[in-house]
Design a protein around this ligand. Structure first.
Ligand code: C2E
Ligand code: CA
Ligand code: CA
Ligand code: CA
Length: 280
């Protein structure tokens, strides 16, 4: 079925029309991606500063398209959000991340990545029955809910009362809530009061400026004070250089994520960083 993007005025513009067609084709392909086994998860280490010990991982979805090769989640996640397919996609992502987390725990015990973070989209949060589904997954997998981190964006949570309620319910199930891309959305510090946030992920756009004396550096330094006072963990995102890691550590950051430490990698490559405990 051709998706005309309900309500978008594209008929008068041939270029827009072509883009819409490409979108519709990609959207149709995406609906087959799960059954055709084209999706997989990579895991990016979240590490302790300054030494870089593995503290957890963030699951990041990838799509190997049969003709186009790797398609970025920055392209297909928003597409899936628009056409509602994110519900099925998000369900697959969560299940796969939990499967991997429990498998690691079985093999590596206490040396398994302690926390596994999964990105939850706004649409998923608002879907009736989402929290019940998570509860069911916790039951069937037997995973300790404290190991599971739900990454949500400010924009997703600020949108509606339903979303805030879902976040509270996830927290009640024992999940840790992380506020993703902090500083880029319609930021509101009151969210830190209204929502049971346990982790603040300071966006790369702020971290980028941390070695200078820019406003970003001042904000990054200020945020660590706020999180400490509220007993929230802060994770600096997008750390690309040793200088940035050093500055963040000096400011008091304990956790970081970024290419300087590790890129997103296959689950089997994460295992190269783990050791099997000898007392089993
Ligand atoms: P995000 O949740 O903020 O994820 C972090 C993104 O930053 C990832 O891009 C990661 O590869 C990238 N990154 C990490 N360290 C660095 C760095 O040092 N430098 C630079 N330049 N980039 C870094 P990725 O995997 O392409 O994902 C992009 C976005 O797509 C994510 O941003 C998230 O919003 C969305 N996404 C990815 N996977 C999922 C998923 O499983 N579910 C949902 N709902 N969204 C996802
Ligand atoms: Ca994230
Ligand atoms: Ca982020
Ligand atoms: Ca400080």
């Amino acid at each position: 079925a051709k998706n005309n993007g309900g309500g978008r005025c594209t008929w008068f513009d041939p270029i827009m029309d072509q883009l819409a067609d490409a979108d519709a084709k990609l959207a149709a392909d995406l609906r087959q991606a799960i059954t055709r086994d084209e999706l997989f998860l990579l895991y990016q280490p979240i590490v302790e500063l300054p030494h870089g010990r593995l503290a957890g991982v963030e699951a990041l979805v990838r799509w190997r398209h049969p003709e186009q090769g790797l398609v970025s989640p920055a392209t297909f996640i928003p597409l899936a959000e628009r056409n509602g397919y994110i519900i099925e996609l998000g369900r697959w992502i969560l299940r796969e991340a939990v499967r991997q987390a429990t498998e690691w725990e079985q093999t590596y015990g206490e040396n398994a990545p302690e926390k596994v973070s999964v990105n939850i989209s706004a649409r998923q949060l608002r879907e009736p029955g989402f929290v019940e589904e998570v509860a069911e997954l916790l039951r069937t997998s037997g995973i300790n809910p404290h190991r599971l981190v739900a990454e949500v964006t400010e924009t997703a949570v600020l949108g509606t009362g339903e979303a805030i309620e879902a976040v509270r319910d996830l927290h009640a199930l024992g999940l840790r809530i992380a506020l993703d891309d902090f500083g880029t959305g319609q930021s509101s510090l009151s969210l830190l009061v209204d929502c049971p946030v346990k982790v603040l992920k300071v966006d790369k756009s702020f971290v980028d400026g941390v070695t200078g004396s820019s406003a970003q550096a001042v904000i990054v330094d200020g945020l660590i004070g706020i999180t400490e006072g509220l007993q929230i963990e802060a994770v600096a995102e997008g750390v690309e250089t040793a200088d940035q890691a050093y500055r963040l550590h000096k400011m008091g950051y304990r956790l970081a994520q970024g290419f300087h430490f590790a890129r997103p990698m296959a689950g089997s490559d994460i295992e190269l960083l783990l050791t099997v405990p000898d007392h089993q």
